[in-house]
Design a protein around this ligand. Structure first.
Ligand SMILES: Nc1ncnc2c1ncn2[C@@H]1O[C@H](COP(=O)(O)OP(=O)(O)OP(=O)(O)O)[C@@H](O)[C@H]1O
Ligand SMILES: [Mg+2]
Length: 345
């Protein structure tokens, strides 16, 4: 039986979520560390560090240790995770909790070992890593122990995992670098080109969340707009510009099409019987970026397959890991690693 302080974690490129048994989700923090590059001193971690992004003097840098999906800075990743775990586990350290966690799919074997050692240093007794699509499917309660195909798309900030699952296994899967960050970059490029206005990453993200749409906006949605402030590329001074939902749709149209193409690629590589299950049951979207307005609609319109978004999509993966924590038998039913056919290219 698991101890009450056992935890599950979703370590993402932009957010870390921690679930504690008996308490629910106890931490949801940006995966950011603010570092003074002159002295290499860590100034702030998590949301506090995020507040410094773009507002800091030149020598202070905001680093996302998992930004590329890989462990780009071991020391900073270690400092960040230790800090989060200290907040959550606190005085229970002596109890050496168990942890079930999910890491970005691009993380290599060596990096996984590094993460295990970070967790050990953070007083975890045992760490089990789960493939992200499996965790996401468990989190939304998709019954994939049957000989029946389910398609799950977990869309985070840095990447999107697309997988067909059946009989407790990943049958076909891919991971593409098309996540929320990719959409933000497209918005930055569009506004710079169309309005000669330079905006920061956080402003682009706000625009996407507040007035973005992946499907062609119609009716009232087409009328929605927001004032956006950036730096004019002509005068070099601050400038405020009205941006409409229609413009954001135009800006992210191409990345949305690329994402849909990647989903289609996975379906094309799926054995016909399992593919027909997917056509019947539809696609489930998880991950924070799945909350983008009109995303499920855009997927449905392009592929003619029903598509739905998980209720609180950012929590699907951590909740899936929590299910494994709470039900040890799932560990045997749903092997964490390997036995999967990866779709290349
Ligand atoms: N309402 C929303 N509409 C559109 N995008 C959203 C919304 N809420 C969050 N996002 C986006 O979701 C992304 C963060 O999602 P999430 O926390 O699942 O990522 P992550 O797990 O850290 O990344 P990854 O899984 O790629 O490692 C960000 O790009 C953010 O802008
Ligand atoms: Mg994620």
């Amino acid at each position: 039986m698991a101890q009450s302080q056992d935890i599950s974690m979703d370590i993402g490129t932009s957010n870390v979520l921690i679930y504690m048994q008996g308490k629910g989700i106890v931490l949801r923090e940006p995966a950011v560390v603010a570092v003074d590059r002159d002295t290499d001193k860590v100034l702030a971690i998590g949301s506090e560090a995020n507040r410094l992004v773009g507002r800091t003097p030149g020598n202070v840098q905001a680093v996302r240790p998992f930004r590329t999906g890989s462990l780009s800075d071991f020391t900073l990743a270690s400092t960040m995770l230790q800090s989060f775990l200290r907040t959550v586990v606190g005085r229970h350290w002596l109890a050496r909790p168990r942890c079930v966690l999910s890491v970005p799919t691009g993380v290599s074997e060596t990096e996984r070992r590094s993460i295990s050692s970070i967790m050990f240093d953070a007083h975890m007794r045992r760490t089990q890593m789960i493939d992200r699509p499996i965790a996401a499917a468990l989190g939304v309660g998709i019954p994939f122990s049957e000989p029946y195909g389910s398609l799950i798309v977990d869309m985070g900030a840095g990447a999107t995992d697309i997988a067909v699952l059946a009989m407790n296994e990943i049958v076909v899967a891919t991971c593409v670098p098309i996540g929320g960050d990719y959409f933000d970059d497209a918005i930055i490029r569009y506004i710079r080109k169309k309005h000669n206005l330079l905006i920061g990453d956080l402003t682009a993200e706000e625009i996407k969340i507040n007035i973005g749409s992946a499907a062609l906006p119609t009716g009232e949605l087409a009328e929605v707009s927001a004032d956006v402030t950036g730096r004019s590329l002509i005068s070099g001074l601050p400038k405020t510009q009205e941006i409409t939902t229609m413009e954001v749709y135009e800006a992210i149209k191409e990345p949305v099409a690329e994402l849909i193409e990647a989903i289609q690629g996975v379906i094309e590589h799926t054995p016909p019987q399992l593919a027909s299950d997917v056509f019947e049951d539809g696609i489930v979207l998880t991950g924070g970026a799945a909350a983008l307005t009109g995303l499920a609609e855009a997927v449905y319109q392009a592929l003619n397959i029903p598509c739905g978004v998980a209720e609180d999509p950012q929590t699907s993966v951590v909740m899936g890991c929590a299910r494994i924590l709470e039900n040890g038998s799932l560990l045997r039913e749903n092997p964490a690693e390997g036995r999967r056919k990866r779709l290349r290219g």
